[in-house]
Design a protein around this ligand. Structure first.
Ligand code: 5AD
Ligand code: SF4
Length: 468
């Protein structure tokens, strides 16, 4: 957890309220429980809310049953998450009967969809607070009002802003996230994110560097710089490659720097050069392709062609030694023909991804694609998804052959006890490697040699410990 002494007046007020709450409930031993859905952005928001709750005197509960404050941080990017959220919230009614001082809040992207949020608020009178994605800094104020037994609905239409200096309670481990920007301006036609996360806004380089330095000092070994589209980061004359160089050079004690997500349309030569040149920047790029068909890419408003994408892959492979590429793919986008779909499968075979997240297109209310004619029937989407996954199940292991005899460094993350206990950790390029070794190595960088593989994982042995 950290707090910044150079607050804006608005943030000073925020800390004052937290202090007031701490004075009021600090001695009561109250506990919180946060359940997070969706992406790293949401995970990180939850860490910020946890930071504020701890500043207010709450401590973390082991389960919902143990908690005096429960928060659901929701997602609406894919699937029909609504039903699940309504179910989860409904379940809390009983807990509230058992613990009358229990407070229940729901936030996140789904709550930024006002109609959904309103429906939830009306249907469950025992929900104490609903807030959207632009309200984080108002959380202490909202909490204080809840403690005064007010019921609140706070979903604003703000375009979003950048708030610095909120406390953060990071999940324990060796790897953590630092936001470099918020929101998205791309309006891919299938995607709800620009509607629920607001316009693109970049943090000041100094604030980012300061936070990265702090987490390195706190003992984290790996930081992932986070944004919906990190390649469109810009603050004054600092673009993303320049930011990466600044972070790399300013925080020399941090062994690993990752970043995600990269949009192919903005991936510059400058970034490829920075990846190639900076030793502590990891040699992995998550580069969602979404489709291998030019016609579908156009309908998706992705603003690159299959050929341009393949050229980028070639350039990355040529310039960045041992680089690995992962991706996101959507099948069953409106009007997708068998031919379009086959073009995606062909592209997957051609690129040789080290991993891929595959999704059946799911219409999101309010997006352009949801209104398109020729929506694809669910059973066809499912069939295409299964077939694509089968293609990946062949191409991913094939990509591993080249690793036999490979030597590199892994950051040991933990022990896998499914069979013979094995340490596991990732290479700089995000490939997972399993090795025999002492648990004391968890959290350190060790040098390994690869002897074999299974699906997307590699197996090897430790050849020599390195200083972390
Ligand atoms: N349907 C299916 N997948 C989607 N994604 C985003 N929106 C949708 C949608 N409506 C996927 C994209 C994106 C990832 C985070 O989620 O592949 O890259
Ligand atoms: Fe969504 Fe496209 Fe923005 Fe990614 S770049 S968050 S897919 S709109």
């Amino acid at each position: 957890m950290y707090s910044n002494e150079n607050f804006s007046p608005e943030l000073s007020e925020c800390y004052k309220i937290m202090e007031r709450i701490r004075g009021r409930i600090g001695g009561l031993g109250l506990k919180y429980f946060i359940e997070t859905y969706g992406c790293q952005m949401n995970e990180h928001d939850s860490e910020k809310i946890a930071g504020m709750l701890e500043n207010c005197g709450y401590s973390k509960a082991e389960s919902k049953q143990d908690a005096d404050f429960i928060l659901f941080n929701t997602c609406c990017v894919r699937e029909h998450a609504e039903k699940r959220t309504f179910g989860n919230v409904g379940f809390i009614k009983e807990l509230k009967q058992q613990n009358p001082r229990l407070l229940l809040a729901v936030c996140g992207c789904m709550m930024q969809q006002k109609e959904v949020a309103k429906r939830l608020y009306d249907r469950f009178p025992f929900v104490d607070l609903i807030f959207g994605t632009h309200e984080l800094k108002n959380f202490p104020d909202m909490l204080e009002k809840l403690l005064d037994e007010q019921r609140l609905f706070r979903v604003s239409d703000s375009e979003g802003e950048v708030i610095e200096g909120l406390p953060v309670k990071r999940n324990p481990g060796f790897s953590t996230f630092v936001n470099i920007m918020y929101g998205c301006n791309n309006f891919c036609t299938y995607c709800i994110v620009p509607y629920v996360r607001g316009r693109e806004r970049s943090r000041k380089p100094e604030d980012i560097i300061e936070e990265v330095r702090r987490v390195a000092l706190d003992g984290y070994t790996e930081v992932t710089l986070l944004g919906q589209n990190v390649n469109s980061y810009r603050y004054g004359d600092v673009d993303f490659p320049k930011l990466l160089r600044m972070v790399h050079d300013s925080v020399s004690e941090l062994p690993r720097i990752r970043f995600m997500t990269s949009h192919p349309k903005d991936l510059s030569d400058g970034l490829i050069e920075a990846m190639a040149e900076l030793p502590r920047v990891c040699k992995h790029i998550h580069l969602p392709v979404q489709s291998g068909s030019d016609r579908i890419l156009k309908l998706m408003n992705r603003r690159y062609t299959r050929e341009k994408y393949l050229q980028l892959i070639d350039k990355l492979r040529e310039k960045v030694p041992n680089v690995e590429i992962t991706t996101d793919i959507i099948v069953g986008f409106p009007s997708e023909t068998e031919e379009d779909y086959e073009a995606t499968c062909e592209l997957v075979k051609k690129v040789g991804y080290s991993n891929a997240y595959t999704f059946a297109y799911s219409p999101r209310e309010g997006t352009v694609a949801a209104k398109m004619d020729e929506q694809i029937p669910e059973d066809i989407k499912k069939l295409r998804l299964n077939k694509l996954n089968a293609v990946l199940a062949e191409t991913i292991p094939a990509n591993n052959e080249k690793y036999i005899g490979f030597e590199g460094e892994i950051l040991v993350e933990g022990v896998d006890r499914r069979g013979e206990p094995l340490l596991f950790g990732k290479l700089s390029n995000f490939k997972m490697v399993y090795v025999e070794g002492s648990e004391e190595l968890i959290g350190s960088l060790v040098r390994v040699k690869v002897d074999g593989y299974r699906f997307n994982s590699l197996f090897g042995h430790i050849i020599r410990e390195t200083e972390a």
